[in-house]
Design a protein around this ligand. Structure first.
Ligand code: MRU
Length: 364
């Protein structure tokens, strides 16, 4: 993605590996500060996934793959047995960080499968190469999603998106924002309504920042305003990302997505989910089987921002003792989804057929 830093435009990826280290954009600091940070080992990577230094299903997946690569390098002087034990524990640690995003589990499985035979040295090489191909797959899928999705966008469209399914949620381009990027690059006029996305405000902080960098017109709205604009006839289409898609097309995505889908259907507005193959979980029959992450109540109780002196600070909204629930995701049933924008094209209902045709076999 293009980032303007001190008057200069730089091309950066969300995260990458340098030797044994992961380098990444610290997404907790955006939009107020652009900072590249370093994760020295797989334990730091696991912690960073949990604490959302990077977030978004694609980025979490790539970080999980590189986390396994870090663990392999950490254990490269051990015996085969010691190496296997170390890697197994590292995979468990990384899997426990965030339960909903399918990409994390696919990426870890791919890297673990790459390590099952050969000398320790050969296994380390195989894991690093697999982690790199997870990142490359993520990048090429995002680009293709942009190309396919762009054709759904007419000149002058006003598009609603929820959370951040942009370059920051992947290695580059993103999913929901990728068709919008391509439409803009190809000269179509687009306007983006950006849901603020409480509690962590990925829309207001990250999506708005990405659109600003690209010069794409947008407005941030509070989460409760989307229905108002839909009913006013000011929204032509909704595009969101996904954290896990079940075999029947039910979608887990950022909390609040379900409500937007219901209101879109009520107002006859097309509702698209943009997601790569890595987000589809064909072993999951329907949305009832998707684990929904429940996060720290502190995220709801308080908010982070800059104070009047321009210093990062936290303010308490509710009383300390206030009882809080904080689910990070919800499930949108397949019946509310007009289509999936994927790297192999647009999938249409009935999804139990189109998803299997695209990504699996009914028997498998
Ligand atoms: O909690 P987050 O910020 O990781 O949640 C991100 C989302 O819900 C995105 O919409 C989703 O990952 C799709 S884009 C990869």
């Amino acid at each position: 993605m293009k980032v303007k830093i001190d008057g200069e435009t730089r091309e950066v990826r969300t995260l990458w590996m340098e030797g044994q280290k992961i380098r990444l954009i610290d997404q907790r600091r955006l939009p107020h500060r652009f900072e590249i940070t370093t994760l020295e080992n797989h334990k730091e990577t696991a912690k960073a996934i949990k604490n959302m230094v990077m977030r978004g299903a694609g980025a979490i997946g790539v970080a999980g793959g590189y986390g396994i690569a870090q663990a392999a390098l950490e254990a490269q002087h051990m015996s085969v047995k010691g190496f296997e034990t170390y890697l197994f524990e590292a995979a468990e640690r990384l899997r426990k960080t965030r339960p909903t995003a399918a990409n994390l589990f696919h990426a870890i499985d791919r890297c673990m499968e790459a390590s099952i035979s050969g000398s320790v040295h050969e296994r380390v090489r195989a894991i690093i190469s697999e982690a790199d191909s997870v990142a490359e797959d993520d990048l090429s899928a995002s680009r293709r999603i942009g190309e396919y999705g762009c054709d759904l966008i007419d000149d002058g469209f006003r598009i609603l998106t929820h959370c951040n399914a942009g370059a920051l949620a992947f290695i580059d381009y993103g999913t929901a924002l990728s068709p919008i990027r391509f439409a803009h690059m190809r000269g179509k006029q687009v306007f983006v309504f950006v849901d603020e996305t409480r509690p962590r405000c990925q829309g207001a902080r990250l999506t708005a920042w990405e659109l600003e960098q690209e010069g794409i017109p947008y407005a941030v709205i509070v989460d409760n305003a989307a229905g108002y604009y839909m009913r006013q006839g000011e929204i032509d289409m909704v595009i969101v990302g996904a954290d896990r898609v079940a075999a029947n097309g039910d979608v887990a995505n950022k909390i609040g997505t379900y409500e937007k889908a219901v209101v879109a259907k009520e107002n006859r507005i097309p509702f698209y989910v943009a997601a790569p193959r890595m987000t589809f979980d064909l072993s999951c029959r329907n949305g009832d089987f998707i684990e929904i992450e429940e996060r720290d109540p502190e995220e709801v109780r308080s908010m982070w921002g800059l104070n009047e002196e321009g210093k990062p600070s936290k303010v308490l909204i509710s009383e300390e003792k206030t009882n809080i629930r904080n689910p990070a995701f919800d499930v949108t049933p397949a019946e509310f989804i007009s289509g999936f924008i994927t790297e192999v094209g647009i999938l249409r209902p009935p999804y139990s057929d189109s998803i299997y045709e695209a990504f699996g076999s009914k028997e498998g």
